[in-house]
Design a protein around this ligand. Structure first.
Ligand code: HEC
Length: 406
């Protein structure tokens, strides 16, 4: 999503970021049901009409991808190369998850809910299934939603039903939800046990982290984004504007700096604001000719402030550094340079055959990985079903490591 969209309190659905690990399943409402089973007194099979008999609840909440900002981490990491746009704020409507659980009746010993959507894996990749703890599931703000911004969910946002886990990163907001299984143990599927984990304590950038020190990603960090001005503005008094959010603790303060954090100026916070939603802010800035790096830094009511330096983690989650945005102040708009393409380089046929079946070239173009990281991606992808002939492997890695390098 273009950063300019982060100026409104509610993000229009048409501009809202979309992220999933496979592709969007087209679910037919007439054939869809929600099954609730496992450690429950009464297993349920609910239609949308059944769900709508429960009390309707609405709330406004930020939805942010766990990997939003990943591209800023150093050393650089594989994955979707987000900068600022993997976040939006919407009004969600549906029912409380705890009302559904009450109908089913949790049995003693229930600890986790295994959530599964209608998306099916590609090749041999593991199915995208996530768990949330019973405590989060029972929280009155955790919803099963069928509406986003007053309209039925679009297929990309999880039609007909998705989890809304306010204050938590998007990986827990399972889309196309069709099955809830109540468990008495931690689930060890790939997307819980391996993916979406970060170290429980600070680690040195680039360090290997022991699996036992990796904990699931849950709460969002306090964060702010400068939506305006963009890359260029005319000299004079300029209104710097954007939004800020946290994990359910209200945003208490946003400050702006144009001198790398030596001095700060307080921004004016917008009125209203919701517990989990965006808080708008604005600040006047005397823009003098030249190249500037503007920084916004938010603090929430719990006293958490955006750091000035990264707290590195091996998968690049939850980036919330007070990130400088470059702004050129000049009377005349500069001409935009168009990045040169790597035209003229022959694309190996073996690469097309092995790698272009599940996703396109864009997946590679955004990565910028070292040769060692490409080797690991090759192992991961062959494990997920990419068919690479032994004789072709080196040529594919040569191509990737030379074309899509750091
Ligand atoms: C069987 C299907 C399949 C094939 C074939 C395949 N991939 Fe993938 N690849 C995936 C999926 C699924 C993802 C995760 C997509 C997502 O998270 O959005 C992925 C993600 C990636 C990523 C992003 C980083 C990551 O680990 O999530 C890279 C890089 C990548 N693939 C490289 C390759 C290369 C190189 C090849 C050829 C050797 C290849 N892929 C072939 C399914 C495949």
């Amino acid at each position: 999503m273009p950063v300019e969209f982060l100026i409104d309190e509610i993000t229009p659905t048409s501009g809202f970021f979309v992220r999933c690990h496979t592709y969007t399943p087209q679910v037919k409402l007439a054939e869809w049901k929600l099954t609730v089973d496992g450690l429950v007194g009464k297993p349920l099979t609910l239609t949308m009409a059944d769900l709508k008999k429960l009390p309707r609840t609405e709330l406004v909440s930020v939805l942010e991808c766990a990997g939003n900002g990943r591209s800023f981490y150093e050393p650089h990491l594989p994955g979707a190369q987000w900068k600022f746009g993997g976040v939006g704020n919407a009004r969600w409507a549906g029912v409380r998850l705890r009302d559904v659980l009450q109908l089913a009746g949790l049995k003693p010993g229930a600890t986790q809910l295994l959530l599964d959507g209608a998306d099916v894996p590609l090749g041999k990749m593991p199915d995208f299934q996530r768990t949330i703890e019973v405590a989060k599931a029972q929280h009155p703000d955790t919803l099963l939603a069928w509406e986003m911004n007053g309209q039925p969910l679009t297929p990309e946002h999880g039609f007909p039903l998705r989890v809304v886990a306010p204050g938590w990163a998007g990986d827990s907001w399972v889309k196309w939800l069709q099955h809830i299984e109540v468990l008495d143990h931690d689930f060890d599927g790939f997307w819980m046990k391996t993916a979406y984990r970060h170290p429980s304590h600070p680690v040195a950038p680039g360090a290997a982290v022991d699996a036992k020190d990796m904990i699931p990603v849950t709460d969002l960090n306090v964060k702010s984004v400068i939506a305006s001005p963009g890359d260029w503005v005319k000299p004079g008094l300029v209104s710097v504007q954007g939004v800020a959010w946290s994990n359910g603790s209200p945003v208490a303060k946003v400050e702006i700096s144009d001198d790398a954090g030596k001095t700060w100026q307080s921004a004016k916070l917008g009125g209203g604001g919701t517990k989990y939603g965006f808080r708008r802010w604005a600040c006047s800035w005397k823009a003098a000719e030249g190249q500037h790096a503007l920084i916004a830094r938010a603090t929430d009511a719990a006293g958490r402030t955006q750091p000035m330096q990264e707290d590195w983690n091996p998968s690049g989650y939850l980036w919330n550094v007070a990130q400088p945005r470059n702004v050129l102040v000049s009377a005349v708009k500069p001409a935009t340079a168009i990045a040169a393409d790597s035209a003229g380089v022959a694309v190996p046929e073996a690469y097309k055959a092995a790698c272009m079946t599940c996703h396109d070239d864009h997946m590679m173009r955004m990565q910028h990985l070292t040769r060692a990281q490409w080797e690991r991606e090759m192992d991961k992808m062959t494990g997920w079903g990419a068919e690479v002939k032994a004789a072709d492997r080196t040529a594919i890695v040569d191509y990737l490591a030379s074309q899509f390098k750091p």
